[in-house]
Design a protein around this ligand. Structure first.
Ligand SMILES: NC(=O)c1ccc[n+]([C@@H]2O[C@H](COP(=O)([O-])OP(=O)(O)OC[C@H]3O[C@@H](n4cnc5c(N)ncnc54)[C@H](OP(=O)(O)O)[C@@H]3O)[C@@H](O)[C@H]2O)c1
Length: 264
């Protein structure tokens, strides 16, 4: 089966590491060219090099918290290869921890502004650059906290729910242009960030990092009994970005090893 992604151009926010980098790798693997958007120039340059260099990737500095910077970043990404076919809204802050009744405004505003409002800003700026010929795609990354209760993850969960609702509205708005909009809701994923956090937490608890992940897996009830590799999330994003998903829009795909399947 042909993905049809060869020669198309994608913008991946948060593409310098973790799930976003795996998505960029997956798209490049299908022959797409990828513009990465993040705040840190060195990390962008490093990611571009790891993807294969300037022929296949470029890096754009922008902060999703700043609308002007997003507009300029998306314009630069679209100018790179004279248009965009695919937009992946992946950038987001690490999971916020705290009871919803205890946290003050800052974590709410920061998380929502970066992730949910950021996805809106990027999509809005990119819309004019997407084609009307059936190849245009927006894929938003939400998160399992919107599908399954994780203690003290309310801020992140509500933001991820907003991303999923945004996905439905945007799908309806862009359907007349034959642009498809979907979301992927990843479960717990072994990104560099989580590996570091697990290392620190394991040390504090006097256990190994593997034991930390095993305990979390059991506590969260991930029925496949393990966390995801970033590529396992990216595979679903690549499918949605491809021609193979030509009749799919307005949906959220939960890719969580069955964590949310427990709620019937
Ligand atoms: N990892 C998981 O287990 C998991 C589970 C469910 C959902 N998710 C979701 O998946 C997405 C990726 O998660 P991840 O763990 O792979 O993230 P990550 O490794 O922490 O990477 C985050 C990426 O977003 C960029 N970024 C952060 N804030 C930004 C801002 N204000 N403006 C522009 N870029 C920004 C970062 O680059 P700079 O710092 O250089 O800007 C980086 O490229 C997030 O939306 C997250 O909520 C992750």
């Amino acid at each position: 089966m042909e993905s049809g992604l060869g020669g198309r151009t994608a913008l991946v926010t948060g593409g310098t590491r973790g799930i976003g980098f795996a998505i960029a790798q997956g798209l490049v693997g299908e022959g797409a060219r990828v513009a990465l958007l993040a705040r840190t120039r060195d990390a962008l340059d490093d990611a571009v090099a790891r993807l294969g260099g300037d022929e296949v990737a470029t890096g754009v500095v922008a902060d999703l918290g700043d609308p002007g910077s997003v507009d300029a970043g998306v314009a630069a990404a679209a100018a790179w290869r004279n248009g965009l076919h695919v937009v992946v809204n992946c950038a987001g802050p690490p999971m916020q921890s705290g009871a919803v009744g205890d946290l003050d405004d800052d974590p709410w505003v920061d998380t929502f502004t970066t992730k949910a409002a950021g996805a809106v800003r990027v999509s809005r700026a990119a819309m004019a650059h997407l084609p009307d010929d059936g190849t245009g795609r927006v894929v938003n990354i939400s998160g399992v906290t919107a599908a399954s209760m994780i203690p003290n993850a309310g801020v992140t969960g509500m933001t991820n729910s907003a991303v999923q609702t945004f996905t439905k509205y945007l799908a309806a708005e862009l359907a007349p242009r034959n642009i498809l909009v979907n979301a992927v809701c990843p479960g717990m994923t072994l990104t560099e960030g989580w590996l570091q956090r697990a290392e620190a937490a394991a040390e504090a608890q006097g256990i190994t990092r593997d034991a930390f992940f095993e305990n979390m897996t059991a506590k969260l009830g991930i029925i496949l009994g393990r966390w995801a590799q970033p590529a396992e999330i990216a595979n679903v994003v690549v499918f949605l970005a491809s021609d193979l998903a030509s009749f799919v829009t307005g949906q959220t795909f939960i890719v969580d090893g069955g964590q949310a399947a427990k709620a019937i």
